[in-house]
Structures are given as C-alpha cells and as structure tokens.
Design a protein around this ligand. Sequence first.
Ligand SMILES: [Ca+2]
Ligand SMILES: [Ca+2]
Ligand SMILES: [Ca+2]
Length: 371
Amino acid sequence: MATRARWLLAGLVLLLGAEAAAKDTACTYGTNCLCDRLKKTSDPLYNPNVIFCEDFENPVLNNGDNYVRGVNGKGDGWAQKYGPPSDGCLDLSQPSGVGLRDEGAEGRQPWSCFNVVQENACEVESDCVFEGTSSLAFKFKPGDTGGIVGRGAFSGGNTRDVGITIALKVTRNYVSPKDPGNHGPAAKMDEWGNLDQCIMGCATYNAGNPSWPFAAGMKTFTSNPNPVVLRGQGEWDGVSGYRFGPKSADYDFTRDWGKGNWGCLQIKWTGWGTNSATATYWFNGKEILKMQNFNMTTLRDNAGGIGGFSFNSYFNGADGTQSGYTGSTMAYRVEDNLVVTRGDPVSCQAIGFTQSGAPTLGTPGQPTLIP
Ligand SMILES: [Ca+2]
Ligand SMILES: [Ca+2]
Ligand SMILES: [Ca+2]
C-alpha cells in the first residue's frame, strides 16, 4: 500500500474510532463492544454514570443450546448471570430440581423462551441483531405467556435518578395488542424495581392502546401521586396505581415505529421516591411523555429508589390473563444495547442509531388506559 494511502487509512481509523457505536457493526467482546467502550476511560463514549449495561455480546449468554437433557445438570450462562427465568417462561415439563428447568431457557430448544440471537441466523426474519454480533430475542410462541427471563441489578444499589436507553424491535409477524380485532391481549415490557413499577410499558394498560407498548403503570401508592402531566396523559386508579402513557399526537406505534423496525427508547426519572419526582420519555429522540411534581412519598415499594429490573415479555392472553400469545407463528421482541445511568440517559447515537430527522406530529387522539 502506498504511503499516502496508509496515512489516509490511519486518519480514517482515527475518525471512526472517535465515533459512537454503529448499527450492524461487529465488535469483540471485552474489547470494543458498547459496554466495553462505556467503561473505558480513554474512549470517547466513556460514561462514569453507567450503572448497568448489556449488549448481549458475552458468548456465555448464548450457550443454552449446549444443554442436553439428562446429561448436563448445570445452569447455562444466562441463568448464572441473570436467571433463573420465572413464571410463564419456565417449562414445567422439564426435569425439576435446582438449575434444571432454566437450562436451555436460552436458545433454540423447543422449550426455550428466549434466544440470544445472531444476525441472519435466528428463528424469525434476518435482521436479528442491532449492534455487535448478538441481541436478546424474547420468543412469542402461540399460546405461551412467556414471562420474566432474568433480573439485572444496578451497580451501587438503589438510585433515585435513573436514565435508560435501549434499542427495540418487534418482528413483522408479531401480533400486537393494538392490531384490529385483537384488543384483548396485552404485553409487558421489561419491569423496573420490584415489579410493581412497570414504567417501560405494562400488560393490560396497553391493551388496544395506540401508545403500545409504552402505556405504563406504577403500583403501591396509598394516595394519588398527582403529577403535572406536561406531555402525555395519566390517571389515578383510585386504589393504589397510577397509569400513564403518550398521547397519539406524540407517539403512535404504527406511525412512529412499526413492526420490523429498530427504535430507540429513552427514559429519565429524577427524584424517585420524593414529593417532586419527574419523568421524561423520548422515542427516536422525540419527547413523548413528560411529568413533573410526581408525589412519590406514599409509594410503598421501591420508595428508596430502584436498584434493578427484570427482562420480561409476558403476554396476556385473549382472555386478558393467561391464555398466552395469540399469533399463529413464533415472533420476537428483540432488545440490544440496554444502558442504565444514574443521571441522563445516554444518547440514541451512542448506542448505534443515526441522527433522527425532524419529528412529525400526527392527529391528536385519546388512547384509553385500560386497567
Ligand atoms: Ca449486541
Ligand atoms: Ca442463542
Ligand atoms: Ca441487523
């Protein structure tokens, strides 16, 4: 290679090295994947506020297929880090005993309820990975509720200020709770705190809701937290719950996201547990929800802040409770680059999205927050 070309290449590498992680770019676990970069002080992406990061690049998270029934007897890599899965995600037809039923919960086994997937080599579609070499795919199997597949803990324990950024996708064959004629089912997103704080989007709250899947709910208040809702809508359930979500003018699944597309969700809470908490949500960089003066002083669970979350994909059945996923073929919800900070959420660009264009507002609407 000519000297001049080498210099140009070196310059290009330097330029690229200064940029954020890029969608569909391979990386080497432990070296230059997103979570490696966020904690490396010499990296432009370094962020000392990160208290949880998962890019699903650790190869041991992807070893569920190695389980051989009756032979192995040890939990797989996912189960050791985040497991075991619980409720609807456990296949009770598998052998009972410690560490057995959760083995192979990850992978392509018929009883597996999720799969750490690789590009062009997964069970549904081909754009399986957002960034790096692997993503997390929750499986929606016909008639199966799915559920919690593991639990992540924040370093440093509870926090009252939390920023969340995540890349999300549902496959094109996914049957959404908002699809016509399918208003009964609803699905949960990942759950925060001790499960009572379903702040990313929650089951029956989002049944039939245009703001699916981000119609959310919190429980265990003894009185109405009564926030000032500056964008979106919220309501007290009169008992112990407060539910909230975007308005159609600001977010509509079909218009602003759509099946088969990757989207970037960012969430920021401050002052959790105080009398003046705030919450702001953005989708693809556009503000979709904003609440202030959220009085959380009567919150019973997680009053001191939140310290972790559960990976979840619980799907209420057509009966609204537990008859499971209503689609006729297995579908995925896929997640990648989940970053949690004790402060501002990292940018969508930092986790691999390109700068989004100017937001377009749709026709105002009034989605119903069904309990
Ligand atoms: Ca990844
Ligand atoms: Ca796998
Ligand atoms: Ca991809």
